[in-house]
Design a protein around this ligand. Structure first.
Ligand code: PXP
Length: 262
């Protein structure tokens, strides 16, 4: 076994707690409380908490964001659409980071990357306003060269690479598709790093798919939600997060090469 990739940085785990709010909202009321889940996630080893305030408020609410911001002991990453309403909310709460995502009301989850190439001046203005307020700005993009170049051009600090296609191929057990998507992510991570962007990744990651992504030394943060909250139903938050954390650590310490899900 060779050692960890040289220059490899610590890989942070951001736990997305949206779907605790999804369950709460199914009945109204306050239970289960996403803030309680956030505290448990931090105890179990999360390096940050991620929450997506959607325009339709289907899971996280405005008051969840206010409570997370005032009570969390770890950085808050606020995922949001690049709209004037969301910009105003972000500037009111000043999270550690904002991850700008595309949003369509009819989608079940964030289905593709942000169209940074066509985002132009309006997107650059939102990025600038957030950065002026001291908020780190991340753009959730497809693993695509043009999107990376455009992200650097609009002044983003970070790109979060959309791992959804890779995870879909893994669900289909499509070995050729998995290899193609892992290679696409790997190249994008290299390009983004060379462009001076911090590199994150997320969407759809599971115990099975996390290893190949965690092995990419340019990636310094993974944001994982749905799978972890689902696993927590069976074994609790602690066990789910600790297991994910240990897979990430092992992948980071192991040989530096892309590998299909095991
Ligand atoms: N990163 C971003 C930008 C997302 O929009 C989401 C989904 O909210 C995630 C990561 C986490 O995806 P999942 O819930 O599938 O782990």
């Amino acid at each position: 076994m060779s050692s960890a990739p040289s220059g490899s940085k610590f890989l942070r785990l951001g736990v997305n707690i949206d779907h605790v709010a999804t369950i709460r909202n199914a009945r109204g009321g306050r239970h289960p409380d996403p803030l309680r889940a956030a505290h448990l996630a931090v105890e179990a080893g999360a390096d940050g908490i991620t929450a997506h305030l959607r325009e339709d408020r289907r899971h996280i609410s405005d008051s969840d964001i206010a409570r997370l911001k005032s009570e969390l002991t770890r950085p808050l990453n606020l995922e949001m659409a690049a709209t004037p309403e969301m910009l105003a909310i972000a500037l009111r709460h000043v999270p550690n980071a904002c991850c700008l995502v595309p949003e369509r009301r009819e989608e079940r989850t964030t289905e593709g990357g942000l169209d940074v190439v066509r985002g132009g001046e309006p997107l650059a203005r939102i990025v600038g306003s957030l950065r002026d307020a001291g908020i780190r700005v991340s753009l959730f993009i497809e693993a695509d060269e043009r999107a990376i170049e455009a992200s650097a051009k609009v002044g983003a600090d970070i790109v979060e690479l959309h791992t959804g296609q890779y995870c879909e191929r893994a669900l289909e057990d499509n070995a050729a598709g998995i290899a193609r998507e892992v290679e696409r992510l790997r190249r994008a991570a290299v390009l983004a790093d060379e462009a001076g962007l911090e590199v994150h990744a997320g969407h759809g990651l599971t115990y099975n798919t996390v290893v190949a992504v965690a092995r990419m030394p340019q990636i310094v943060e993974l944001n994982i939600g749905h799978f972890l909250i689902g696993e927590a139903i069976f074994g609790g938050m602690h066990s789910a997060i600790r297991h994910m954390r240990s897979l990430m650590d092992q992948a980071r310490a192991g040989p530096h090469r892309s590998q299909a899900p095991q």
